[in-house]
Design a protein around this ligand. Structure first.
Ligand code: SAM
Length: 240
């Protein structure tokens, strides 16, 4: 990463109230790993240093707004792709265990290799579908936070995430601007699944000013056993 890239990362993080000086060498290494892997397999559409710094690293760190992850014991990153938001979050919060999950093996192979190279002992990547884990007693109701970025509409996320959360746990969904229609559908889906939308935090991404929303869904009851429906159904036939 160039000195300009490092300065941009420091500035973006500072706008979120975060200090990343100690983690700069790790972010430099992650940038190199990502760019090298991206030359061989198509891991992420973002290729330039500026895009990766702002739209992957800083954007991922914006999940720390509102301190929703504080005290978390086990955080699942649903649909992590090349490790976002899990890897930047794990770098800043080494005391929190993260499970980056994706259904695509080559993405998880990268996340595992990157976590090892960065010495991140708090990252345990997992290949699989959220629907499968949600029905597996080893994972159902096992996480106290689920984070996710750019995976699906809110009603779909609610069906994928709420079965995985312990009662009292929270889904922290990172999105662009959300329409009133998607939000209402998400509220209805959350209600059906034992959850409640407790926060809609609209903000702008540091430096770029792009609109972002963090939506928090709290698990206030139990998720009926019939959810999640089988693989692919939540996205193909959203509940609301
Ligand atoms: N979160 C990453 C990011 O923001 O860069 C990746 C976003 S990418 C658009 C969505 C990812 O979610 C893909 O890698 C896809 O394989 C994964 N995904 C979608 N549905 C999933 C499911 N039901 N279970 C596990 N992974 C899923």
């Amino acid at each position: 990463m160039t000195p300009e890239g490092e300065a941009l990362l420091r500035r973006g993080a500072a706008e979120l109230g975060l200090q990343v000086d100690a983690q700069i060498p790790a972010f430099v290494q992650l940038m190199a790993l990502l760019q090298e892997a991206n030359r061989k397999v198509n891991l992420t559409a973002l290729k330039t240093e500026t895009d990766i710094v702002l739209k992957h690293f800083v954007d991922s760190l914006s999940c720390l707004r509102g301190e929703h992850l504080d005290g978390a014991q086990q955080v699942l990153d649903l649909g992590t792709g090349a490790g976002f938001p899990a890897l930047p979050l794990a770098l800043l919060r080494p005391e929190i265990p993260f499970v980056p999950l994706d259904s695509i093996r080559k993405k998880i192979d990268f996340v595992r290799a990157a976590a090892e190279a960065l010495g991140l002992n708090n990252v345990q990547p997992q290949v699989g579908r959220a629907e499968t884990l949600g029905r597996d007693p080893a994972h159902r109701e096992s996480y106290d936070r689920v984070v996710c970025r750019a995976v699906a509409a809110l009603p779909v996320l609610a069906e994928l995430a709420l079965p995985l959360l312990k009662p009292g746990g929270r889904l922290v969904a990172q999105k662009g601007p959300i329409s009133e229609e998607e939000l209402q559908a998400g509220r209805r889906a959350a209600g059906e699944l034992g959850g409640r939308v407790t926060e809609v935090d609209a903000f702008t991404l540091p430096v770029l000013g792009d609109a972002r929303t963090l939506i928090v869904v709290e698990k206030v009851g139990r998720t009926p056993k019939k959810y999640p429906r089988r693989e692919g159904v939540p996205a193909a036939q959203p509940l609301f």
